[in-house]
Design a binder for this molecule. Structure first.
Ligand code: FES
Length: 338
């Protein structure tokens, strides 16, 4: 049975199947609602039920307190509807968000490469093209692994029937261990997407600084390939952080892009290069490389950060000390798929 849900204050109406959550239905119909964890623990997707009957589902009492339940609040990622419903959501849609609907896809593994000692490049062929914005992510299902895992797309949107992912092995992590040890070319996987609010704000002026660490290079790679393909005229600078040379992956790709495009600069930084006498590049953390390059003056730029939380925190501090404001900094709160 299908019910309609009206989302205020935007006045959008969506159809919600009996077994769908409000969030699933909204994303699949191209209507963005705020969310993060997707399974009832963070509270980001809290909405107010104004009218109609809703089953709150499996919401954690920490994410949705009893007093909030009594006030008619629900978590959109857990709640199913039992009648036509009106909800009120705190929606602040970015004008640059294109809002492509989430769909399900079947994908065939075409190639698995060793990008670094700990990161594999996973290439999949989709059963049909996926429209997405560079920087977004997919949810991948793996055999024997409970629940989907989020991975950022590394390919640009022009390669719409392919998926490239960078997968770091998380010790003890069921999904990344499966990908590193068992997955084979020819295997079929199910995935859904696109998800996420990490994308280049084309309407906002300013040159672009990308700061990436570890397998967090995937989103910036997609965004930079897309910008260069679109002949975007802004200056683009990528700071890529890694521990040592073996962990600094896709270096050839970015060195080639920097040679071929006057508006692209590539600066790798190694924080553990002492055993590598041949390393002539920056030694230190990636945010320190950015500080040195810009002489700690970032004003007028927009920064896009993707990597592990300590890298993001250090980069934000450096950028704000160098006169960027919150509105100038965009980040992928790192999706540590295990
Ligand atoms: Fe985290 Fe719904 S998205 S609780």
């Amino acid at each position: 049975m299908t019910h309609s849900v009206t989302i205020e204050p935007i006045g959008e109406q969506i159809d919600v199947e009996e077994d769908q959550t409000i969030l699933q239905a909204a994303l699949r119909q191209g209507v963005w609602l705020p969310f993060a964890c997707g399974h009832g623990t963070c509270g980001t997707c809290k909405v107010q039920v104004v009218d109609g009957d809703v089953d709150v589902g499996d919401a954690s009492p920490f994410a949705l307190m009893d007093v909030e339940r009594d006030e008619g609040k629900v978590l959109a990622c857990c709640a199913t509807v039992e009648s036509d419903v009106t909800i009120e959501a705190d929606i602040d849609v970015d004008p640059d968000f294109e809002g492509y609907p989430v769909e399900d896809y079947t994908a065939t593994v075409t190639e698995i490469t060793d990008l670094s000692p700990t990161i594999k490049g996973l290439h999949l062929k989709l059963d049909r093209p996926m429209t997405f914005q560079a920087g977004q992510y997919i949810n991948l299902e793996l055999p024997g692994v409970d629940g989907p895992r989020a991975f950022s797309l590394a390919n640009p949107p022009s390669q719409a029937d392919e998926v490239e992912l960078h997968v770091r092995l998380v010790p003890g992590g069921a999904a990344t261990t499966y990908i590193h040890e068992q997955l084979q070319p020819g295997d079929e996987l199910n995935l859904s997407g696109p998800y996420g609010q990490f994308f280049v704000r084309d309407s906002q002026p300013g040159d672009l600084i990308f700061i990436a660490g570890g397998s967090g290079l995937s989103s910036p790679q997609s965004m930079i390939l897309d910008l260069l393909e679109r002949n975007d005229g802004r200056q683009i600078t990528l700071f890529q952080g890694a521990r040592n040379v073996p962990e600094l992956y896709n270096r050839d790709l970015f060195e080639t892009l920097a040679r071929d495009h006057d508006n692209f600069t590539y600066i790798p930084a190694l924080n553990d290069a002492d055993n590598d006498p041949d390393w002539k590049g920056f030694k230190g953390f990636v945010h320190e490389a950015a500080k040195e390059h810009y002489e700690s003056r970032f004003a007028g730029n927009k920064a896009y950060l993707c990597g592990p939380p300590p890298m993001i925190d250090a980069a934000i501090t450096a950028l704000m000390q160098g006169r960027l404001f919150e509105r100038d900094i965009f980040m992928e709160k790192f999706l540590t798929a295990a």
